[in-house]
Design a binder for this molecule. Sequence first.
Ligand code: SAM
Ligand code: DTB
Ligand code: SF4
Length: 325
Amino acid sequence: MIKDLTKEEILEIYNTPLLELITKAAEVHQKFHKTGEVQVSSLLSIKTGGCPEDCSYCPQAARYHTEVKVHKLMSVEEVSVCADNAKNGGASRMCLGAAWREVRDNKDFDKVLDMVKTINSKGLEVCATLGMVTEDQAKRLAEAGLYAYNHNIDTSEENYNNIISTRTFDDRLTTIKNVRKAGLTVCSGGIIGMGESAADRIGMLYTLSLLRPQPESVPINALVAVEGTPLEEQPPVPIWDMVRMIATARIVLPKTSVRLSAGRLSMSMEGQALCFLAGANSIFAGDKLLTTPNPKYNEDMEMFKILGLTPKKAFADKPVEVITD
Ligand code: SAM
Ligand code: DTB
Ligand code: SF4
């Protein structure tokens, strides 16, 4: 049984002297995970830009003037080719992202269901992040072979309204519940470097840690400050904050796959090595995240070689139980 931690207890973990914190996190990592394995995931933006929401970090919100090239939903054939490339590059998970506020029951959703079927049939874990979903939509995604649904809480409940005004923290939690009821695995995390306090970072981990079951996957993103967004002037997150955040996540979410997600382009190999030591289980590989650049694929493979890491196989973690209420 995983113990419910209070915010004070999580804050104490977060504030542990850094090397002691990394050591403790590494112990938890060794107990629950194969430490030499890191999952390589591939990201694909299947529908880019023009989003009606106002998430202040996001280059895809229609109301901000960014250089993102808007495109409508990709075809199933185009996505299938991208999946083949991802698989050949050693990816075991593919995450499809759409700049939607929510899923609608229309032809575009039918197309996404076809994409999921196609990618699943290639032996890749398929994840999708399409905005808010109902329980029925989540069930249709599960039937199509979706493995995980990504829906980030992004920050603490208290800070949420400072970052996004077009939907609420509770809306996010409702979608996560719908995803769970459909028997999908849950991927939910957030972003650091948006000007939040340490208490906000702790608050975010606190909410995630109290979900039952805890999310199978928690992405920790460092803000990629994009010109034209309200957060364009945010200074880069210090690597030590990222290591601290990953280590704390590792300890409070012992069985979860903690994902070292956006922001790696500004991190050194040494910095990333500390993140892996502190419990990071995965990276997004490929030259692009959704719309912003990511380290070169060859450089990531060189990093794996130097650090003695191997890419994790698909479906290595067993599926979760279905919760019905
Ligand atoms: N529209 C859907 C939604 O918001 O749920 C799915 C796509 S959205 C781009 C997925 C996640 O990407 C966001 O929740 C946020 O955590 C992350 N993200 C977006 N822009 C980012 C940025 N500039 N830096 C770091 N993470 C970012
Ligand atoms: C997540 O937490 N991070 C990924 C994935 N889930 C979908 C997205 C990062 C996006 C970074 C900004 C961009 O490239 O547009
Ligand atoms: Fe839209 Fe998602 Fe970007 Fe928010 S994070 S603006 S919902 S694409």
